[in-house]
Design a binder for this molecule. Structure first.
Ligand code: THU
Length: 157
């Protein structure tokens, strides 16, 4: 885990974070009014984005990270190396980075297992004045995954 300045990110990381910030504005968020954008970088260099989509049955809400994973899957893309995440309030900018919720960590872990990669996470405040780089293993230690069920998901790459 490392705090890093935007200018210290490489161009690929900067671009991924900028894509996350752009898609954040498409959030469907009538209940929380909180905007989240996520951008996945696939192993073959494609960027797939997602934003949060809420529902009157609050628990049916889909977070930005999972929305991005689902969009990627529908394109036949299941292997990733990085994900950027950013959030903002309706009338406030975040002062702490937006990190994935528990369900999204679990879904990202599944992707990391398919990808055979310890995914890199780039998490930022709205103004990108605080950015944390972390790995999948750091944000979900002792994860439960396909290997615990004796399943090899690499064939789903
Ligand atoms: N949310 C995300 O999209 N990703 C996260 O990592 C945290 C939470 C969304 C879900 C909901 O629409 C809103 O933020 C408030 O929880």
């Amino acid at each position: 885990m490392q705090e890093i300045k935007y200018e210290e990110l490489d161009l690929i990381q900067q671009n991924l974070l900028d894509e996350a910030a752009a898609v954040m504005e498409t959030a469907y968020n009538p209940y929380s009014h909180f905007y989240v954008g996520a951008a996945l970088l696939s192993l073959d260099g494609q960027i797939i984005t997602g934003s949060n989509v809420e529902n009157a049955a609050y628990g049916s809400t889909i977070c930005a990270e999972r929305a991005a994973i689902l969009r990627a899957n529908a394109k036949g893309i299941r292997t990733f190396e990085k994900v950027a995440i950013i959030g903002r309030g309706e009338s406030f900018d975040t002062t702490e980075v937006t990190a994935p919720c528990g369900s999204c960590r679990q879904m990202l872990f599944e992707s990391s297992q398919v990808s055979e990669r310890n995914l890199e996470l780039i998490m930022a405040t709205t103004r990108k004045d605080k950015i944390i780089l972390a790995t999948m293993e750091e944000i979900l230690p002792l994860a439960f995954g396909p290997k615990d069920l004796g399943i090899d998901v690499r064939k789903y790459q």
